[in-house]
Design a protein around this ligand. Structure first.
Ligand code: 5GP
Ligand code: MG
Length: 457
């Protein structure tokens, strides 16, 4: 994987309790629910709106949410407004400096920012900021964004005004939550590439990357934040700026394919249902005979149950997954990635011995995972292994924040389906067709540039 680009595929959370309750535990629970969006670092910033102005407390560190925070943080960070972040790990750029929230003091006060996504013109903005003496050569997209908001804030009356003035200048896919010591502001990119949803618990408002985080904090879903919307939460309730709302929408299809949690609902579509529908579409387009349908844990399971329902071939649990080790995808070398697959998954021999197996995963990126798994299945006595992938061939890099290696490492961008089938040792290989996205998400306007090279503009 290339380390020259920072991939920001993270989880964000924000909460404001005007009645004054301590929200640190809510942030903690919210981040735990978003842990699948990033395991590299975690952090939270809080403030007490009744306390001395400008006093934002921050704690962040490398590791899982449960590793970064201790019980005493709930009292030490106590406050009734706050933001939290989990950061996605990549093989490059994995340093403590990249942990969020980014908290900054400036002449009029202080703020803290959490950010999920990629800002495609961050490089240009950074140049201007370096000229102004703000950013450094190494500043991340998120820092560039924060500097930009701060520069505006010095000229404006309110934080939301500063963000409104910034919004039109930043291009990309992002979900950002900004807290000042007294206000919480959420902003979602005009395409709606990255998800963000609004929730409520009595008078308390919550913003989060996914619905599951709102539920984890005891809240109820109010609605998705609109693409381009800027939502400001104050003691008087919520206020919304929709100046950038009526542009072209392009929601990231990869959230439904892989990234989001199975029990989340994003832009009105249940992730689990979307994945099952992808599995059903694969079954409709297949004439492979088999004895069982299995899914690669966890990312292939829902598509596998969909496939089984549609085809009538029984679903089976073929693997034990060790939940105590991290992701194999992000290991730096091929050798380590291969080893990680073996550490994570083992085959339940009895289930697959002598069987013709249909196996489903959400995607093939480099091909490492599937190749290892097929080897394991065959070693366990599977007679045939037919691979079904619940997304089309992954061909192009993502500029909006999905962690994709360079094209040369995307096996499908260099090789034909037949070659891949052969290379991974499968008896057959079938991908989802691009047209089947319609089955998955209906008329939702989507960004599927990683499959068809049409980037939203
Ligand atoms: P491969 O082994 O072919 O390189 O990667 C495919 C596996 O990686 C699949 O099991 C899929 O669930 C997972 N995957 C696909 N995209 C991503 C991603 O952006 N991040 C992580 N961590 N895993 C991914
Ligand atoms: Mg997977």
């Amino acid at each position: 994987m290339q380390s020259d680009k920072l991939h920001e595929e993270c989880g964000v959370f924000g909460i404001y309790a005007p009645a004054g309750e301590n929200v640190t535990k809510d942030i903690y629970y919210g981040l735990i629910a978003l842990q699948h969006r990033g395991q590299e670092s975690a952090g939270m910033s809080t403030s007490d709106t009744a306390g001395p102005k400008g006093n934002i407390k921050t704690k962040k560190g490398m590791g899982l949410v449960s590793e970064v925070f201790e019980r005493k943080d709930f009292t030490e960070l106590a406050g009734n407004i706050g933001v939290g972040h989990v950061r996605y790990s990549t093989t490059g750029g994995s340093t403590p400096e990249n942990a969020q929230p980014i908290a900054m003091n400036y002449i009029k006060g202080s703020l803290a920012v959490v950010h999920n996504g990629n800002i495609v013109n961050a490089g240009e903005i950074k140049k201007e900021q370096m000229y102004r003496g703000q950013a450094h050569y190494t500043s991340s997209d998120s820092e560039v964004l924060t500097y930009e908001i701060v520069s505006e804030r010095v000229k404006t009356k309110s934080i939301e005004e500063a963000i409104e003035n910034t919004a039109d200048r930043i291009h990309g896919g992002y979900a950002v939550i900004v807290m000042s010591p007294r206000k919480l502001v959420g902003i979602r990119d005009p395409f709606g590439i990255k998800p963000m949803i609004l929730g409520k618990r009595e008078d308390t408002y919550i913003l989060a990357s996914e619905s599951v985080a709102i539920e984890a904090a005891g809240g109820k879903i109010v609605r998705d934040v609109k693409p381009g919307e800027i939502i400001t939460i104050t003691p008087d309730g919520i206020k919304s700026n929709e100046d950038l709302c009526n542009r072209k929408h392009a929601h990231c299809i990869f959230e439904y394919i892989y990234f989001a949690r199975l029990d989340s609902v994003i832009d009105g579509i249940e992730v689990h249902e979307a994945r099952e529908r992808a599995g059903r579409a694969l079954a409709r387009n297949s004439n492979v005979q088999a004895d069982i349908v299995v899914g690669v844990p966890d990312s292939g399971l829902a598509a596998a149950t969909g496939y089984a329902k549609e085809s009538g071939i029984p679903f089976a649990l073929a693997f034990h997954k060790n939940s105590y080790i991290g992701r194999s995808f992000i290991k730096p070398t091929d050798e380590e990635r291969r080893e990680a697959v073996h550490m994570k998954l083992s085959v339940i021999e009895n289930v697959v011995r002598g069987k013709r197996v249909i196996i489903i995963d959400d995607s093939i990126v480099r091909g490492t995972t599937m190749k290892q798994i097929i080897e394991m299945l065959k070693k366990a006595g599977a007679k045939e292994v037919h691979v079904k992938i619940s997304s089309p061939p992954f061909l192009y890099p993502c500029y909006y924040g999905t962690d994709v290696p360079s094209s040369s490492q995307l096996i499908a961008s260099e090789h034909s389906v037949d070659f891949i089938c052969n290379n991974i040792g499968a008896d057959s290989l079938q991908y989802l067709q691009i047209e089947d996205f319609k089955t998955m998400v209906g008329d939702l306007p989507i960004c599927k540039a990683c499959f068809d090279n049409h980037y939203p503009v």
